[in-house]
Design a protein. Structure first.
Length: 108
């Protein structure tokens, strides 16, 4: 990697620190998608409320079973789907009136 000789010493040090501080891995609590290369190292916590019915390193859709069914569930309320009117459309906003009917006369 070529460095610009005109960079100040402090800029060089800060760019080197940024390169060094990047972590090698990241632990996710709720991974939504897993690549095939990640399947061999993926695991779930042993004390988790929901446990998989099959091994997670097989991949595909994972069905879960509730291991603590006697305790109350803490579920998140789903959000409604976005409106088909598009981005920025207000629900309060009324639709404009349609144009007045007209008669088309062909002059050919």
């Amino acid at each position: 990697m070529m460095r610009n000789p005109r960079l100040k010493k402090s800029e060089k040090e800060s760019s080197e620190k940024m390169e060094e501080e990047e972590p090698d891995f990241e632990l996710l609590e709720n991974p939504a998608r897993v690549l095939p290369a990640q399947l061999k190292v993926i695991s779930l916590p042993e004390d988790s409320r929901y446990m998989p019915l099959k091994q997670v390193n097989i991949g595909g859709i994972v069905m879960m079973t509730d291991s603590k069914s006697d305790e109350p569930e803490d579920l998140i309320e789903p959000l409604p789907a976005s409106s088909p009117m598009g981005i920025g459309a207000e629900e309060d906003e009324e639709e404009p009136e349609p144009p007045e009917p007209f008669e088309y006369i062909d002059e050919d």
